[in-house]
Write a protein that binds this ligand. Structure first.
Ligand SMILES: NC(=O)c1ccc[n+]([C@@H]2O[C@H](COP(=O)([O-])OP(=O)(O)OC[C@H]3O[C@@H](n4cnc5c(N)ncnc54)[C@H](O)[C@@H]3O)[C@@H](O)[C@H]2O)c1
Length: 293
């Protein structure tokens, strides 16, 4: 559910390759674009989820009632339930560098509060009734197809588009704001590997997963290795800067690495060259201007 967003479409593609097109059902409140519809079934009715063995629940915000319905459904039907969480589930009183899996979580955004609620409800139902609840805390996820929508880590996608189109990026965070980030293919693979891990290997139900942490200045420096003329100016936005300053600088994901073998494939260098090449190819195909690499 929530399958037509940034993460859901690619995740479904990956699952369909492994489990067959007809065995992966996407649901969302919005209509699928034709290419997604043609690549497999996309259903609108929540009832369909009753037939699934695994339920992945990907909406950004969910009301408590919505969350409780999904949890009940998974429990009654003995489904394995995946719910994504985020770096935003931590707050100013959490340790920041690095943040462990278990620590104080007092986020000050409604996004973070709703994510902590999801983590705790899932874990409660696991301990009380044996629900196979699994939750990953994702860092900022970087992909070409993200439409920046005012999120705190969105600059890290926009900067690549700007580098290629105009050569100038105005950043809404300070140059030294370090946040955990991850390439979307690592995020998809982590989700799949975690969902496939045998239950006996899991010592936790909610895990941090990490790949890299960088600042706007560091990603700009790495982009300049390909596009030396990139100009970046800083005009910090107080709302997003305050949120970023309350979030972890680095994730400690040693439990995920130990329990189910998590290992990212993309570091900053690989992320930058992949993003620049993919955006460049996309723009060239669309007949748009590109700064040469
Ligand atoms: N993208 C990131 O950087 C990031 C980072 C950390 C955590 N996450 C988490 O990962 C999950 C997926 O993120 P995303 O970036 O793909 O989000 P997104 O906003 O791109 O997609 C969410 C999808 O859910 C759908 N949706 C919303 N309400 C729904 C409902 N009631 N029923 C069915 N569908 C509904 C929307 O139409 C949308 O297609 C979210 O839970 C998000 O909090 C994302």
């Amino acid at each position: 559910a929530g399958g037509l967003g940034q993460l859901g479409v690619g995740l479904a593609e990956m699952l369909r390759k492994q489990y067959g097109t007809d065995n992966v059902i996407l649901s969302d409140i919005k209509k699928p674009p034709p290419h997604v519809y043609r690549s497999g079934m996309a259903m609108f009715s929540i009832l369909v989820l009753m037939l699934c063995l695994v339920l992945a629940h990907l909406y950004m915000y969910l009301s408590p009632i919505g969350l409780h319905n999904v949890l009940d459904l998974a429990l009654e039907n003995c489904l394995r339930l995946f719910v994504p969480s985020t770096i935003g589930a931590f707050g100013p009183s959490s340790p920041r560098d690095p943040v462990p899996d278990l620590c104080v979580q007092r986020p000050r955004t409604i996004y973070g509060v709703s994510k902590v609620h999801g983590e705790l409800m899932g874990e409660y139902l696991h301990h009380k009734y044996g629900l196979d609840f699994r939750c990953l805390r994702y860092p900022g996820v970087i992909s070409v197809n993200t439409t920046p929508g005012g999120g705190t880590t969105d600059y890290a996608v926009q900067i690549f588009h700007d580098a290629i189109s105009t050569g100038h990026h105005e950043c809404y965070l300070r140059a030294d704001t370090r946040l955990p980030m991850m390439h979307i293919s690592d995020c998809h693979r982590a989700t799949l590997e975690f969902m496939q891990a045998p239950e006996c290997q899991l010592s936790l139900r909610t895990y941090n997963i990490a790949a890299m942490s960088f600042t706007p200045e560091e990603v700009a420096q790495e982009i300049r290795k390909h596009l030396p003329h990139l100009k970046i100016t800083y005009s910090p936005d107080s709302v997003r800067q305050t949120i970023a300053d309350s979030w972890p600088v680095r994730f400690d994901d040693s439990n995920a690495r130990r329990d189910w073998g998590w290992k990212p494939a993309f570091g900053l260098e690989e992320l930058v060259s992949d993003m620049l090449h993919t955006i460049r190819n996309k723009r060239t195909m669309e007949g748009l201007h590109v700064h040469s690499l």
